[in-house]
Design a protein around this ligand. Structure first.
Ligand code: MF3
Ligand code: CO
Length: 248
């Protein structure tokens, strides 16, 4: 079942999304060589709490940290540790916050210091893939329209599309219906209606699409060790388009 949010729910999700976007903005200046991912996680937790929200990831299905921090070949769900960011890394912060019972969810990949041309290419084109997916969103569009738009763009740019992880509805639960894959076919899948809230989140790899799960049971990495990027917004579907709830 895909829920249609009431005006009150949309208002709470707007605030949750704003807190997520502001947490990104707050953390960007800290993403420098030498900071540990544990320090970033602590800063995120304290900032989210200072805004009257809670980090949705904390203890979500047993997840042991407050946000997900994934470096280079880590695709998603990297866990904070003593590991320090290094010059030339790319780091993805996937931040979820819950405000008065409603969630916002946004991931963004960032350069650390000076990164290679191919990592720049990956970041630019994965961000563009997100906007290609969002471009087709409006009442009456199918979820498959988003997947086809993202996948077509990614393949045109020789990037691997991760298929094991998908976007999702967002609301009083962090993950709600529908699933929003980054692949698919126009005109297939559930039909979007105004008032639905979904997270669109392409995860693209510089190499092949294949990924696997590390022994920590959370961190997903690329099979070939090539870097991966992830750009995600939580959006409200409207009559003729969408509104980004996790603006930054
Ligand atoms: N944005 C992540 C996702 O949609 C949130 C994961 S929370 C975690 O998968 F606890 F599973 F890490
Ligand atoms: Co998500």
């Amino acid at each position: 079942m895909i829920s249609i949010k009431s005006p009150r729910e949309i208002e709470l999700m707007r605030i949750a999304g704003e807190i997520v976007g502001d947490t990104h903005k707050y953390l960007i200046p800290y993403l420098k060589p030498g900071i540990s991912t544990q320090e970033i996680d602590n800063l995120a937790r304290d900032y989210i709490i200072s805004r009257g929200a809670t980090p949705s990831c904390y203890h979500y299905e047993g997840y042991p940290a407050n946000i997900c921090i994934s470096i280079n070949e880590e695709v998603v769900h990297g866990i904070a540790s003593k590991r320090k960011l290094k010059d030339g890394d790319i780091v993805t912060l996937d931040i979820c916050a819950c405000y008065k019972g409603y969630h916002g969810d946004s991931a963004w990949s960032y350069p650390v210091g000076n990164i290679s041309e191919e990592k720049k290419y990956l970041l630019e084109h994965t961000e563009q893939a997100l906007y290609q997916g969002l471009r087709v969103v409006k009442e009456g569009a199918h979820v498959g329209d988003i997947g086809e738009a993202v996948e077509t763009y990614a393949l045109e740019h020789q990037l691997g599309v991760v298929k094991e992880l998908v976007g999702h509805g967002v609301g009083s639960q962090l993950h709600e219906d529908p699933e929003v894959p980054n692949y698919g076919k126009k005109g297939t899948g559930p039909v979007l209606k105004a008032g639905m809230v979904i997270a669109v989140e392409p995860m693209l790899n510089l190499g092949t699409a294949d990924v696997y799960l590390l022994d920590d049971d959370w961190t997903v990495v690329t099979a070939d060790g090539e870097p991966s990027a992830h750009f995600e917004h939580t959006i409200l579907v409207t009559k003729d388009g969408y509104t980004i709830l996790t603006k930054r």
